[in-house]
Design a protein around this ligand. Sequence first.
Ligand code: ZN
Length: 379
Amino acid sequence: MRLRGRHYATGEKIDVDCRGERIVAVRPADTGQPDREAEWIAPAFFDLQINGGDGHAFNSERLTADQVRHVVGVCRRHGIGQLLPTLVTNSFEALRHGLTTLRQCCEDDPALAHALPGIHLEGPYISPEDGPRGAHPRAFVRPPDWDEFCRLQEVAGGRIRLVTLAPEHEGALGFIERLTASGVVVALGHTAASAERLGDAVAAGARLSTHLGNGAHAVLPRHPNYIWDQLADDRLWASIICDGHHLPASVVRCIVRVKTPARIILTCDASSLAGLPPGRYREWDQEFEVLPIGKIVVSGTSYLAGSWAFTDRCVGGVMRMAEVSLAEAIDMASARPRELLGLPAQRLAAGEPADLVLFDWQPGDELRVRATVIAGSEA
Ligand SMILES: [Zn+2]
């Protein structure tokens, strides 16, 4: 298969030849006919926080393998080659069902195992407070419990790679140390912790702020507060949702300037309602509303409940809001999350996996994904 487009970092028009699951050659475009062509070509996106999409939630107590496959297919249409399916605060039984289903999907289907290189557990060990808790159901929020986590990790077959928690819980620091020692990356999020506690959590091993600037009180003391504290800590990377609704442009600019593109990860935080038409939907015994502007809220509140958009929208968003280059934006959506999780980087070079996205884009515009090639074949 021959793919043609401009290299996302150099701008050079190239042909990328793929055979089997690998890239076998990258060279200046010739005059022959390619199999697929778009304005740009880049490594496929990697999103470490996807809750579902198109009406299917990874968190559902009735999650099926077909639904997992469907969401992976939807993500692929948006250039996402790999993702961490994200399970949020729920009962032990519900989490066990989701983790078991995801584990079986990966064991039964090598393509799904490739697409889902880990699982993100966001909660249930988060803040119970209104605001920091976001749309997570309060009834299932609880303090960290190492025995429970070990049982969840066991049913997941060791696939939980990222845990988002609030470090202010009693016992959280020891919990972070144990997670880190077991190879799980710890993220801070849905937290209202003090500056001192946040610093202690980082010292214990926490490395990421999950969707910094969201999952927070609607009103905060101007300073100090936990957003400034996390922003100021150079040891913490930050994931940000650049769908245009979760953060205003000024905040995106500040976070990207302070963290620098080297420590920013783009996530769409796609909700199970991502991509659905406007309307009211019921999930986890709560009502949510998809607004015509592509925004999902808990009905009757201003609290956002995940994103309606996917990673491709966020790549365009961060370029517009923080004035970063295409290369920087793409790297935030592919190289950075891989780096955080200790996975090998994927470059446009012979020998690398043929996991690629072809898209059209003009400065100031949205990205338009034309094709996503995974393991050398187009879905
Ligand atoms: Zn969240």
